[in-house]
Design a protein around this ligand. Structure first.
Ligand SMILES: [Zn+2]
Length: 146
């Protein structure tokens, strides 16, 4: 397959690059242009291994923030409601209030975490697609999907 940009035939499917398959890399500088903001800097020099590492999407990013804050806050609020219902004292009210504040804080934090995660997932999906169907030109570094 010829590169759509420079017409060179020194191209390779990205799948084979990642698998470490037959390399046609002649050691020239490769700039990876994914046409998507994947945050890959152009390399002044590269090796097949480095290139494979760059193009490899890796595992799907997941939310690893552990115990969701809003869940913990919610539990505290529920405990507050129960105590309030049982003895109607101050403790229940304080716990309820603290739980609600905690929940609100947790929800706000969670939405920003979710936003960041969705960007990471989108980036990963783009790389994954490219790694499965894309080609790379070893002459000019262009990547594309035929
Ligand atoms: Zn090219």
């Amino acid at each position: 397959m010829n590169c759509p940009i420079c017409q060179d035939d020194n191209t390779q499917s990205i799948k084979m690059v990642i698998l470490g398959g037959s390399s046609t890399n002649n050691g020239k500088a490769v700039g990876v242009d994914l046409n998507l903001d994947v945050g890959i800097a152009k390399l002044s020099s590269t090796s097949q291994t480095k290139l494979a590492a760059l193009l490899d999407p890796g595992v799907e990013p997941t939310d690893n923030s552990g115990c969701a804050n809003w869940g913990c806050g919610g539990s505290l609020a529920v405990i507050g409601i129960i105590i309030l219902a049982i003895d109607g004292g101050e403790l229940g009210g304080i716990l309820l209030l603290a739980g609600l504040i905690w929940t609100g804080y947790g929800l706000a934090k969670k939405s920003s975490v979710d936003e960041k995660l969705s960007i990471r997932v989108k980036t990963w999906e783009a790389k994954k697609k490219l790694s499965e169907n894309g080609w790379i030109c070893h002459k000019c570094g262009h990547t594309w999907m035929p």
